[in-house]
Design a protein around this ligand. Structure first.
Ligand code: ZN
Length: 166
């Protein structure tokens, strides 16, 4: 359910595992062992996360933007600070390394090479990325997320301020 959230988080540079066919016991074990924040839409699983005292966030699973804002806000992340050089592979979460024309030539169509000079290649699955037309969409998504996160923190500050009587 959160597959598209996971892909976006990876593009934004967050080390994100996505485990679809895994039972809750194993998922909790991995979360604890690797000190991960578990994002889930499953209320029962979330209760267990709270019970064992490991970090987790319960998400709605209906809107990626809202889910990402909520997850980051809950863990004190103020900004996405999107930068393609810190992106991870959206398919497998692998680390991307910057490659040049010569290294990448055999992996991509010649037209791509004609129009782009910077490439990134996944060290795990070898998928090649470049700053194509989709990048402007990702940048605007990052901007929207940053705005929404800031609004959340501002709301929180307002609530805190209002709780003090003058
Ligand atoms: Zn990969």
């Amino acid at each position: 359910m959160l597959g598209t959230v996971a892909r976006k988080l990876r593009i934004f540079g967050f080390d994100t595992l996505y485990m679809k066919d895994i039972n809750d016991d194993d998922l909790l074990k991995i979360g604890i062992a690797e000190k991960r924040i578990i994002l889930t839409c499953d209320k029962e699983l979330f209760k267990r996360i709270v019970k064992v005292g490991t970090p987790g966030v319960l998400l709605e699973g209906s809107n990626d933007l809202e889910d990402i804002v909520h997850a980051l806000f809950k863990h004190g992340v103020y900004s996405i600070n999107f930068d393609t050089t810190s992106s991870r592979c959206s398919s497998c979460n692998g680390v991307l390394s910057k490659g040049n024309y010569e290294q990448i030539r055999k992996y991509v169509h010649p037209n791509v090479i004609k129009w782009h000079k910077d490439f990134f290649r996944c060290e795990n699955c070898s998928k090649v990325y470049w700053e194509g037309s989709h990048i402007s969409g990702i940048r605007s998504l990052a901007r929207n997320l940053d705005i929404k996160i800031k609004e959340k923190f501002a709301e929180q500050d307002m609530t805190k301020t209002n709780s003090h009587a003058f």
